[in-house]
Design a protein around this ligand. Structure first.
Ligand code: UDP
Length: 373
């Protein structure tokens, strides 16, 4: 008998498992895939930690969360500075003085601000969608070249039909600073994310290749409470309808050359190029293996974004009004499941970053703890 059954060995599940175990609870983790780590899973190929489900760059402003992850891995000093390739022209990301210089030839913050001000005037009132939000942040030129094509490929929907908050993830700066994230702490775990998660799960029973929903009745009998990190609509057998997700198909190649693109992330921001970005995994670790030797080969992944269909892995919830209101109805159903906690990107249908997943898992366990006393 266990106190908690955790369905899913991703970041949310692993943090909950660690915390509960450290609080003296008996925990069983079941995972339907043949590996731990969920979508942060990495696999070592020729000395390179390949991010099998897309690039994950840890970043946070929360010192407690940073201290927490550093218990399980040492982090390198990687700073994400993606390049945008628009029809062969390269621009710096996020939107900063290097970007504005390349776009308009401006050289001072004052000139850049004037240019943006002039272009954002077309938006009056509160931005109602991603298109209006983007133009009001950086003007139409940047929207047309660096945002529109990329966003419509990634989400498969027009920018005018997407929520504004998605574009607010990216900083806009009037300084020469290519750091993609506004975060005090940032890095990649040395040895890869799989090692980090495995450290988190040390001493905890994990059953791989075990699909919780396929065997729900008998697994439920093993524990008092369940933490479910899978898709909430699937849990309820889609009884209210299907939530929409985006998935990513990766075309990964091992190349016998030392460098393909000279950067970890290059975004292709035009609409015609069918993939959204190319990840060159070795640059997350400066092109060196764990012994500090230069790696002679390279692994790259082309990312093709598409609508989730049965059998795919879910990557991004589509948090537009239609899906959010359906999710709210599932939330109501979830309240009736007294012994089940729904967590993580899929359980809470939320475009979480890793640090928010950790915060939310820690809060979830703190709440549980209150119930015990
Ligand atoms: N985005 C964009 N152009 C880029 C990169 C990002 O327009 O070159 C927009 C796009 O709408 C995307 C959002 O910014 O969905 C958030 O990007 P982020 O890099 O945070 O996405 P993730 O890494 O989670 O895929």
């Amino acid at each position: 008998m266990y106190d908690y059954l955790i369905a899913g060995a991703g970041l949310f599940g692993a943090v909950c498992a660690r915390e509960l175990t450290d609080l003296g609870k008996r925990v069983l983790v079941v995972e339907k895939r043949p590996h731990i780590g969920g979508n942060v899973y990495t696999e070592n190929v020729e000395g390179i930690n390949v991010h099998k489900y897309g690039a994950h760059i840890f970043h946070t402003n929360n010192k407690a969360v940073w201290d927490y992850v550093c218990r399980f891995a040492e982090f390198n000093r990687f700073t994400n500075s993606p390049i945008a390739n628009y029809k062969g022209e390269l621009y710096s990301l996020p939107f900063n003085m290097y970007t504005f210089n390349k776009m308009w030839g401006v050289t001072t913050p004052e000139q850049a601000a004037a240019k943006i001000d002039e272009q954002r005037r077309e938006i009056t009132g509160e931005p109602k969608n991603l298109e209006e939000q983007a133009i009001s942040l950086v003007g139409r030129d940047i929207y047309e070249r660096l945002i529109k094509g990329y966003t419509e490929k990634q989400w498969g929907r027009e920018c005018s039909r997407l929520p504004a908050f998605i574009i607010k993830r990216l900083p806009v700066r009037l300084t020469f600073d290519n750091n993609y994230f506004d975060a005090l702490y940032q890095g990649i775990p040395i040895g890869g994310y799989t090692r980090l998660i495995s450290k988190m799960l040390e001493g905890i029973e994990v059953h791989l290749d075990t699909d919780y929903l396929a065997d729900k009745a008998s697994l439920d009998r093993l524990a008092d409470r369940v933490i479910y990190t899978g898709a909430i609509d699937e849990y309820f057998a889609y009884s209210l309808g299907r939530l929409e997700y985006r998935t990513v198909r990766f075309d990964t190649k091992l190349l016998d050359i030392p460098s393909f693109q000279g950067n970890a992330v290059v975004n292709f921001t035009d609409k015609q190029t069918p993939f959204t970005r190319i990840i060159e995994h070795k640059w997350f670790e400066f092109g060196r293996d764990e012994n500090g030797s230069d790696i002679p080969k390279t692994v790259i992944s082309y990312e093709y974004s598409k609508e989730y269909e049965k059998g795919d892995e879910r990557f991004y919830p589509v948090n537009d009004e239609k899906n959010n209101s359906l999710y709210q109805r599932y939330r109501e159903l979830a309240k009736g499941e007294k012994n089940v906690i729904f967590g993580g990107r899929l359980g809470q249908y939320k475009y979480f970053d890793m640090d928010h997943v950790i915060m939310s898992a820690l809060e979830c366990i703190a709440k549980e703890k209150k119930e015990w006393t």
